[in-house]
Ligand binder design. Structure first.
Ligand code: UDP
Length: 377
């Protein structure tokens, strides 16, 4: 390729959506460089060779959004099935529903409460922990659900997931799973649209990047002296600390490790994800991807694929930002440095050091496009 108009570093949703807009709307040439050997970032899906079951290589991704613009946009690149996500949790060899709802409360406390009774029961347990401002995850969780439910379903899982005591985690993480006093067990109860791409995530990215004006180079490491310079802009979607050679120190991340197993049964666990909150199981959850595609008649096959997920520390393969005060301060310093670089933009989960869901990333990319399109002429 001759000199590209725009160089994009990273082919996850942020980079791929911007590439699509820049090529299709502005008619400009885009070069994407990707450090892995595939497109799609952590949303990538592939087919397991032995079982022919498609799985999400970096953990189960459920597309869910209430953002009409994002939904309309992404539906131009894929159709979705009508999968609705449920999560179960295995505590002391008994299965409960997550997030904590009326069913969880009734079966855990062996009660048969109606909604208001359950609410009163939990309020009686939590009122002494209510404060105006919570300093950490643990305080917030106990003030919402009480100590017993916290110890059973949250404490061990969170400790394993984040590799540190919930006392040292931001309370914002707990906002992702508020308690409910109904039997609604839809994990994303509040979101309007939900599903799994019928042809897999990989194909969304293939479709996003279809324009001949977009080229992708794999196995490319980027630094500020990268050999190819674009005409107008570079859009960087990786972490800011490595870009700046760690001059303010490393940003901390949690990473994941996945271990696949093939089981000679047509259905191993009856659902796509079961969490394991006990600290004695080293993994945090078991995924069974065939459940994500009921429309593919997955139970005609006599085998199934399961994937155990382990949370590990590995800053080179970042998944979840450890968004505590110390890291946020560091990130702000990097952000202010990187903002000074000419003809250079950044964004996405890694560069923003943010716990974005897919729809938030797409929305951020669409907004970014509106901001930068005048610079690419
Ligand atoms: N969490 C928990 N127990 C569970 C599920 C979640 O303690 O069974 C906590 C844990 O701290 C986790 C957070 O809630 O990091 C957010 O969970 P979510 O399901 O949103 O995580 P994701 O699917 O994004 O990894």
């Amino acid at each position: 390729m001759n000199k590209p108009d725009v160089l994009i570093v990273g082919s996850g949703f942020y980079g791929a959506v911007l590439a699509e807009r820049i090529a299709n709307v502005l008619g400009k040439k885009v070069l994407i460089i990707e450090k892995r050997n595939h497109i799609g970032g952590n949303c990538y899906s592939e087919v397991d060779k032995k079982t022919k079951i498609e799985y999400h290589k970096y953990g189960t991704h459920i597309f869910h959004t209430s953002n009409q613009k994002v939904w309309d946009y992404i539906n131009r690149f894929t159709e979705f099935n009508n999968y609705r996500h449920q999560v179960l949790t295995n505590y002391k060899n008994k299965i409960y529903q997550m997030p904590i709802n009326l069913e969880t409360i009734n079966s855990f406390f062996k009660k048969n409460f109606q909604p208001q009774e359950a609410e009163k029961y939990i309020n009686d347990k939590t009122k002494k922990f209510k404060k105006y401002k919570f300093k950490n995850f643990e305080d917030k969780a106990i003030s919402q659900i009480g100590k017993e439910l916290y110890n059973a379903f949250i404490k061990g899982y969170t400790q394993k997931q984040w590799g540190k005591s919930p006392k040292y985690l931001p309370e914002s993480i707990f906002n992702r799973l508020p308690i409910r006093y109904s039997y609604n067990e839809d994990y994303y109860q509040q979101t309007q649209y939900q599903g799994i791409p019928k042809n897999g995530y990989k194909n969304i990215f293939i479709n996003l990047l279809k324009n001949q004006k977009i080229k992708v180079l794999f196995k490319q490491k980027y630094n500020l002296n990268y050999k190819i310079k674009p005409k107008y802009l570079t859009i960087y979607t990786g972490p800011l600390d490595s870009l700046m050679r760690y001059k303010f120190g490393k940003l901390e991340w949690r990473s994941l490790l996945f271990k696949k197993e093939i089981k000679n049964v047509k259905d191993f666990q009856g659902t796509s994800v079961i969490n394991y909150p006990d600290i004695k199981n080293k993994f945090t959850r078991i995924h069974e991807p065939k459940h994500l595609h009921p429309e593919r008649k997955p139970f005609e096959s006599k085998q199934t694929l399961i994937i155990k997920e382990y949370s590990i520390k590995n800053d080179n393969e970042p998944y979840y930002p450890i968004n505590d005060e110390k890291n946020r301060i560091k990130h702000r310093k990097y952000k202010s440095e990187v903002s000074k670089i000419k003809k250079f933009e950044f964004g996405g989960r890694l560069a923003d050091y943010a716990y974005y869901d897919m729809d938030m990333t797409i929305s951020a990319a669409l907004k970014k496009f509106e901001q930068i399109k005048k610079k690419i002429k």
